[in-house]
Design a protein around this ligand. Structure first.
Ligand SMILES: C[S@@+](CC[C@H](N)C(=O)[O-])C[C@H]1O[C@@H](n2cnc3c(N)ncnc32)[C@H](O)[C@@H]1O
Length: 231
């Protein structure tokens, strides 16, 4: 469904979504979840659709999520077996850290599946920053902030561009690594790219010593390429 702005839905995603009599999506215990919110304007067309909200706790314990995907897959399978197409919503690109992978693993060998690629969050954040994530023979690394500090440091040292995803409560650890490598002036924190509440901050101006966290829907992009390749 892309990173948030409904205008970043592809034409194909819109067509598939409008035609599907059943829509399934991951959701928190209360409320609708980001993927469903992104397509609110598309699904407000007055047509009746069956909705399957796969409700789960978004935390480190995967039990709740796995149970929700088991139940969701079973409900989806019932509709597919009855001849009703199901559109499964996923924020960003479905196979880039995407929740759709869990449904694909459960149903992919039993039913025909069409996967519609989406605009992923790195593309969205690069566009907001107006900085190329990769050029020519750049090495790029994508790493979740939950990985150990030593691994993040290793990634930063080896790559021209690094995307540190899922910043959330790992904010402080990442800022310390950037300080150790003196990379704060080359790092930007992007929250909710393309969504209401989008924020971009240079890490150079952020107070490092204050222990804090960031929203889950944020990433830090770090560039060591400088002006190389550009002129
Ligand atoms: C589970 S992954 C989902 C990735 C998604 N499938 C994609 O294609 O980008 C969630 C992480 O992606 C990043 N992310 C997703 N959407 C974002 C956005 N709109 N702005 C900034 N970061 C985002 C954040 O780092 C977040 O913690």
């Amino acid at each position: 469904m892309g990173p948030g702005d409904a205008e970043l839905l592809t034409l194909k995603a819109m067509r598939v979504l409008r035609a599907a009599p059943v829509v399934a999506y991951p959701a928190p215990l209360k409320g609708s979840g980001l993927a469903r919110q992104i397509v609110e304007s598309v699904l407000s067309d007055g047509l009746y659709r069956i909705e399957i909200a796969m409700r789960m706790r978004f935390n480190l314990d995967r039990t709740s999520a796995q149970t929700a995907y088991d139940r969701g897959a079973a409900a989806i399978a019932t509709h597919l077996a009855a001849g009703r197409d199901v559109a499964v919503l996923c924020e960003g690109d479905p196979l880039f850290f995407g929740s759709f992978a869990y449904i694909l693993a459960r149903l992919g060998d039993r039913f025909p599946v069409e996967i519609v690629p989406g605009v992923n969050s790195i593309a969205a954040c690069s566009a907001v920053l107006q900085q190329p994530f990769a050029l020519l023979n750049d090495r790029v690394v994508i790493i979740p902030a939950s990985r150990p500090a030593a691994e993040i440091e290793d990634a930063l040292v080896k790559a021209e561009s690094t995307a540190i995803l899922k910043v959330g409560r790992h904010w402080d650890k990442v800022v310390r690594v950037l300080d150790r490598l003196d990379l704060r002036r080359q790092a930007w924190h992007i929250e909710r790219a393309s969504q209401t509440g989008q924020q971009v901050r240079s890490l150079a101006t952020v107070e490092a010593t204050v222990e804090r966290s960031s929203t889950y829907f944020s990433m830090i992009l770090v560039y060591r390429r400088g002006e190389r390749w550009l002129r």
